[in-house]
Each structure stands twice: as C-alpha cells, then as structure tokens.
Write a protein that binds this ligand. Structure first.
Ligand SMILES: *Cc1c(COP(=O)(O)O)cnc(C)c1O
Length: 392
C-alpha cells in the first residue's frame, strides 16, 4: 500500500534523539528552547512555545486569548476536530464559517456576512481560527481587516502550512494574526512524534503561554506576585496544564527542521507533477490562490461526479483495493455526533458538505518517488475510466 502520508526519518534524526537519551534532561531541557528559537527564526516570529501536541497548542492559544464561558469561537467546518474542540475546552460556544468553493478554506465572504449578523445579534466571536487547509494560506489580510474592528483574536491553525508563504511572508510570522499554532504529528511537514507549538509576537501572550504549559507555575522574577523565599522558589500564578514537549521530541524536531525546505520543495514538485499528470480527467485539481505559495500538506482532488456513474465511495474503495492509500479530508466537523448534539445538522454549511461528498486525498509525502506517483496516477486513470463507463 502506498500511504497518503508518511514521515521521513534518517540516521541523523535517530542520532539526535539517542544523544538526548544519554544526556541530563529527558523532559524539557536545553533542546526545547533551541527548537523554539529555530522555528521562530524560520517563520520570522518573535516568540515560540513548544507543547505536547497541536491540539494542546490550540487549547493554550485560546486560554491565552482569554476565551471562556459565554464567549464564541468560530472556525471552518473543513478541518480536523481539534480546531473546534479548543473552544469547547475553554467552555466557549463553537460556530463555523462555511468554506470558499475554490480553496476549501474559510470563506472571507461568508465571514463578512456572519460578522454583520453577529454584530446585530450581539453574538460576535472572541476568537476566530482560520485553518490553512492542505497547506494553502487563508486570505489573512482580509480576515484581519474584517475582525480587527471588533477586537477579535485571530489564531491561525497552520498545522498544514509550515514552510508555506502568504504574500511572500512565511506562514507563522504573525503579520496578520495574534497567534499561530503548528503540529508536529508524523503526517505533518516535520515531526516530533507528537508535538505542537504556539507562535506569537506579543510578549504578554508569550508570558501567559509559558505558565499555561507548565501547570501554571513560573520562576520568572518578573511574574512573581511575592518576594522569593530562596533559590527553590516558584509560584503558581494561574491554572495551567502539563503540556510540555520533551527534550527527546525537541531534538527530533531540530534535526527535522534542517530538512524542512527540502521536504517542502519535494512536496511542491510532486504537486506540480500531479497537476500535469491529472489534466483532462473527470476531477478538479487543487486551485491555488496567486497570493500564496502552498506548503502542500495534502493533494486533494474533487471528483466530477456528474461525469461518473460511480459514487465517491466506489472510486475510493477501488483505489484502496488497488493498493493506493487514499484518504478523505475532512468530514465536516459540524456533522460529527458531538457537534450535532450541540445543535448543528447536515445542511448547515452546504459548501463544505458538497466538497466533502467529492473529495479524495492522494498520496503526498517527501519520500514518495516519481515511480510510485506514476503508479498512483495510472491506477486512478484506470479506476476513473471504469467509473465513467459504468460497470459495478
Ligand atoms: C493535525 C492537526 C491538528 C492537531 O494536531 P495534533 O498534533 O495531532 O494534536 C490541528 N489542526 C489541524 C488542521 C490538523 O491537521
């Protein structure tokens, strides 16, 4: 089976982790701040806080934004559930903004309309979480412009987009947002096994994120409420969590970061090859907005079902049966039982739902060879020929 995604681990990565195993610190030690500094420099952000997962990064970013009961968080339905769950962790209500039919990212038009209505009804969100789906940046300048008048905190979910650019600026720079979160799950651009990060340019948010990550505890003299009792002294200044990243993970992340540019370059080359090889087939290739350069986490095709007698499920199952590890991103979050129980229903966000009915994610990862990609395309051509001609 050719998987849809896969990590790339080389000898240097293994050595970097083994060195930490023999060193003094297994949990947060010198590699964590080194990894934070390296990622912050890469994206051009002032501060970075490494945490145990992308979901933890979203949770802490929402807490740092002051999100709580009685507040609202808005995100896109076309994302992993974590982008919405972070609002619920804080006791806030979660609502969604439908997607753009071309980019499948949060629609700026829908956002503008929804903000107008929310202003009228007094239900404006405190936090908006745009997700850079598949690695393509949302239109951040437009999102900033729409949300700024209401003082809304913008948290970019860049789990798909490390290494991408928006208006010639690295995703994560924070030029159009308050915080950006990353995930280092093995399918993402660089991995730490499990891991995540919050990036920000705001010193106050940075301070808060640091104690939120470590049980609410700080040793920073600037943050202490009282006089120090001595060299052992620390204070719990708020209610935090143990969301720390270990030095083992940070060492792997630092080693992986050396190859990030090569990973993104290979993903871009493979995406270009797919674009060329899939021309003329009954499917829509991923549209790319001209003001951004995708980091290509996912290559998603949308089947032209009108030209096929088969369903998306039949095409998907035929591809899997032929050894192609296709996947689907995403089941619209509002249709999950947990969110339906909160009042959402099929039909609430029709653009995301129509997209979901047609989408298939093709294999894309740095170690995918041209020959393997040719196999994927050949099998897809055969399956679509059958799907167009009937049979089954
Ligand atoms: C992977 C992912 C996350 C969560 O990251 P974890 O590290 O798995 O917790 C959040 N949002 C999106 C869009 C993701 O793809």
């Amino acid at each position: 089976m050719i998987p849809y995604a896969r990590q790339s681990i080389v000898t240097e990565d293994v050595q970097a982790v083994c060195e930490v195993l023999k060193a003094d610190f297994l949990t947060q030690g010198p590699r964590v701040p080194a990894f934070e500094a390296a990622v912050a420099e890469y994206v051009g952000a002032r501060f970075a806080v490494a945490v145990s997962s992308g979901a933890a990064a979203l949770h802490l970013a929402c807490l740092a934004a002051g999100l709580g009961e009685g507040d609202w968080l808005w995100t896109t339905p076309n994302t992993f559930v974590a982008s919405a769950n972070c609002g619920r962790y804080c006791g806030a209500g979660v609502d969604f903004v439908d997607v753009d039919p071309k980019t499948y990212n949060l629609s700026v038009v829908a956002l503008a309309e929804k903000l107008d209505k929310a202003k009228a009804s007094g239900r404006l969100p405190k936090v908006v979480v745009p997700v850079h789906f598949s690695g393509q940046s949302c239109d951040m300048a437009a999102i900033r412009e729409l949300t700024a008048p209401y003082g809304i905190t913008v948290i970019e979910d860049a789990a798909h987009a490390l290494g991408g650019q928006y208006r010639n600026t690295p995703v994560g720079s924070g030029a159009w947002s308050d915080m950006t979160i990353l995930s280092f799950h093995p399918v993402k651009h660089i991995t730490t096994g499990e891991g995540g990060m919050v990036l920000t340019n705001d010193p106050a948010l940075y301070q808060k994120l640091q104690w939120l990550r470590s049980n609410g505890v700080t040793r920073d003299p600037d943050q202490l409420h009282g006089e120090s009792h001595g060299p052992w002294y620390y204070e719990q200044v708020g209610l935090g969590y143990n969301y720390r990243m270990s030095d083992l993970q940070a060492a792997l992340g630092l080693s992986q970061l050396q190859r990030l540019d090569a990973f993104v370059a290979r993903r871009r080359a493979l995406a270009e090859r797919y674009d060329a090889l899939l021309e003329g087939l009954p499917l829509v290739r991923p549209y790319q907005a001209p003001w951004q350069a995708s980091a290509w986490h996912l290559y998603v095709i949308k089947l032209s079902l009108d030209a096929l007698t088969w369903t998306r499920r039949q095409v998907f199952e035929a591809l899997r049966a032929a050894g192609i590890g296709v996947n689907v991103h995403y089941i619209p979050v509002h249709t999950q039982p947990y969110y339906r129980q909160l009042g959402f229903a099929w039909g609430d966000f029709p653009v995301a739902e129509a997209y979901y009915q047609r989408a298939i994610t093709l294999p894309l990862y740095p170690e995918l060879t041209d020959a393997q990609q040719d196999t994927v395309v050949q099998v897809l051509c055969d399956v679509l020929a059958q799907a167009a001609g009937g049979g089954r």
